[in-house]
Design a protein around this ligand. Sequence first.
Ligand code: AP5
Length: 224
Amino acid sequence: MTPRKSSVIIFLGPPGAGKGTQAKMVAKKLDLPHISTGDILRNAINNGSDLGKEAQQFMDKGELVPDNIIFAITEERLQQPDCTHGAIFDGFPRNIAQAKEFMNLDYINKADESFAILIDLANDKVIERISNRRSCPNCNSVYNLINKKPKKKVDGHYICDNCGSELVIREDDKVETIKNRLSVYEKSTAPIINFFKNESILNTVDGAQSVEKINSEIMHILDK
Ligand code: AP5
């Protein structure tokens, strides 16, 4: 039997572009773990851990969490047995320093194939999508009041279709914070697009298309 290839897939793009939505779909199709640094940090905040408390000060303002915290959580996550055949990275790396350190990780160098997928979306669409997003603080499911509405509303609150928890608006999804996240993206994260272009692993998809169309383009890029 041919041994299974190990694949590294990195999702890039502005806040609200649909990285998490696509990363979860690809993870399910390819049976790979979905590593979202944002979800890991939000879970740490919900658990009241010291790491969560430290991260929250940055996240609530839309600033990047310091690189040392991000590396500690990702290196720990990559030790888990489900990462043996690769992983899907959503929201990491997020600046040039993280990208350089990431490409030097043994884990990345040992992978059989690597793809960086940029989901591109204009700022006005970003704001529309994020202001209609509702998130589950328990299972991290993501909804949208325009095109992916939760089925149930109890006492004026939307309920998660998946686990029954009350959905929330993320602390950093307020309009003022979204604007700062967009400027942090332009300044700190957008430069890694060229970084991955120079590594010859960059692919771009138009994030203004339907979820299904974007997903089929991504599966085509991955040749799966
Ligand atoms: P993170 O959680 O990574 O947030 P983000 O990058 O800003 O991205 P989002 O989660 O907002 O959006 P998304 O692109 O995943 O879109 P989604 O699929 O939800 O990071 C949050 C914070 O954590 C950062 O600001 C920072 O403080 C910290 N952090 C995280 N990683 C870090 C790192 N590496 N270094 C330092 N700090 C870090 O979709 C958005 C909405 O649109 C949803 O409602 C969805 O249903 C809808 N939607 C999706 N696709 C479509 C479509 N095609 N058409 C219509 N609607 C769609």
